[in-house]
Ligand binder design. Structure first.
Ligand SMILES: Nc1ncnc2c1ncn2[C@@H]1O[C@H](COP(=O)(O)OP(=O)(O)OP(=O)(O)O)[C@@H](O)[C@H]1O
Ligand SMILES: [Mg+2]
Length: 451
């Protein structure tokens, strides 16, 4: 992490020197000023992480400076410095938003502990704020407006919701919004990615375990169901649970109680379960990989998140939003996308949906040197927007074949040669796409064909 910058405001030269020394020795970058007026000027010029502010100052006093700093909801933390006579005012300052106060004489230890605590708290608050910001459903397309309407209808009901949609389309965002707009909003939101956890560990993740329940269980651990008590549990990638785990989850959903692994006591919980998947669960049921009874339990309110290709009109707004948000986080100025480059973004099939768009914007912010993104700055696969023309007049049947060959090859490139993903984009069964690729003589290189 970069060195935190601290502004020290005190009219006594001795205190300025003492604090400079203590803080500089600790590796902070320190600026000192002698009055409130100078402090406000410094803050408008430079970025600080913390202000140490004397209460008794000539001219504008510390409390007034604090109020000025807090106008506009600035998150800059302020530590007040008080003399013996001003402790009451210091307490008042804390009520008005100061992070903490220190009493003179200033001891080295106290100063460092206070400064480090306040900085740590401020960083935590910023991280939480960043997470908050991520829970946003950007878009004005009819598909997104409809999605928002469904979220607001479903959220307060406490019913189970099954969220389906392709990779990176925003399923987790939807789950978080359902929680935030429910009567459980003050309770925990806990997510478990069922695909990321080995089958033999998923039960202990869900239900917890007692000490010694299995090799490696050196301590008792609470499971996600317990952690989510009073709140919402997201079973993410729910289509990837083994049939055995499905049976156990089904039992919890039926009875609202379970036991920890190795434990005897039944635990009761009040949890709203939301499930998400990018699989077609009905197809999984037909294939014998997903329990139908569990499906019916989970799928009380179905919500389908549209792919980005279904709501292309949101692309410019999403680009702008990510430019601003990521730019701010990275400390980089947002870049303008030229109309030609935007045309390419609008034409691209976006197999990775909003996540792919977000990653692209992040990459552009880092890689493009100027203020403007032109088509030349885009990855190759994104620049292929011209409509295909076979080069000479052909009978329709041959032209159609030529177009299909070119188009399927482009979509495969966009999907990094992943057959399953390309099949989804094209709206074909995977086996059908295989036959086409073979019949049209399209070369598939590098791809595994797996999803
Ligand atoms: N409508 C949206 N507006 C703004 N950001 C969005 C939107 N939809 C998704 N995102 C962002 O895109 C990224 C992917 O979203 P999310 O993780 O919710 O997708 P997902 O459908 O759960 O993906 P996966 O199938 O890979 O689990 C996140 O960074 C999320 O914040
Ligand atoms: Mg997800």
């Amino acid at each position: 992490m970069r060195r935190a910058a601290i502004l020290v405001v005190d009219d006594e030269p001795g205190i300025r020197e003492l604090l400079s020394q203590i803080l500089a020795d600790e590796g902070f970058s320190v600026t000192t000023v002698a009055s409130g007026e100078e402090a406000l000027a410094a803050v408008s010029r430079e970025v600080f992480d913390l202000v140490m502010l004397d209460i008794k100052l000539p001219g504008m006093d510390g409390l007034e400076v604090l109020r000025q700093l807090k106008v506009g909801g600035k998150r800059l933390p302020v530590v007040m410095i008080s003399g013996h006579a001003t402790v009451e005012q210091a307490a008042q300052a804390v009520r008005e938003g100061a992070a903490d106060f220190l009493e003179k004489p200033l001891g080295l230890e106290r100063v460092l502990v206070t400064v480090n605590n306040v900085l740590e708290r401020a960083q935590l608050a910023e991280r939480l704020q960043e997470e908050e910001e991520d829970v946003e459903l950007t878009g004005v397309s009819p598909a997104i407006v409809e999605l928002r309407r469904q979220i607001l209808l479903a959220a307060p009901t406490d019913s189970r919701v099954l969220i389906t949609g392709p990779n990176g389309s925003g399923k987790e965002v939807v789950a978080r919004l359902l929680h935030r707009h429910s009567r459980r909003a003050a309770g925990p939101f806990v997510a478990l990615n069922c695909a990321a956890i080995p089958a033999e560990l998923i039960e202990s993740e869900l239900f917890g375990h007692t000490k010694g329940a299995f090799t490696g269980a050196v301590e008792a651990k609470r499971g996600k169901f317990e952690l989510a008590d009073g709140g919402t549990l997201l079973l993410d990638e729910v289509g990837d649970m083994s049939l055995l785990t499905q049976a156990k989850v089904l039992r919890v959903l039926q009875e609202s109680r379970f036991t920890r692994l190795g434990g005897a006591t039944e635990i009761r919980v009040d949890v709203r379960v939301i499930a998400a998947t990018n699989k077609d669960l009905e197809a999984e049921i037909a294939a014998g990989r997903f329990r139908q009874d569990l499906y019916f339990r989970l799928n009380v309110i179905p919500i389908r998140v549209p792919s980005l290709a279904e709501r292309r009109e949101d692309i410019p707004l999403l680009v702008e939003t990510f430019m601003a948000k990521l730019g701010k986080r990275m400390g980089v100025k947002p870049k303008k996308v030229t109309p030609e480059a935007m045309e390419a973004l609008l034409a691209y099939p976006w197999p990775g949906n909003v996540r792919e768009l977000r990653n692209l914007v992040e990459r552009l912010l880092i890689m493009v040197p100027g203020d403007e993104v032109t088509p030349a700055d885009l990855p190759m696969k994104l620049a292929e927007t011209e409509v295909f023309w076979p080069g000479r007049p052909l009978p329709l049947k041959q032209a159609r074949e030529a177009f299909e060959r070119e188009y399927i090859a482009r979509v495969l490139r966009a999907c990094d040669q992943n057959m399953s993903q390309a099949a989804r984009v094209l709206g074909l069964e995977r086996s059908h796409l295989y036959r086409k690729v073979k019949a049209l003589g399209i070369k598939v290189d590098g791809g595994t064909g797996e999803s």
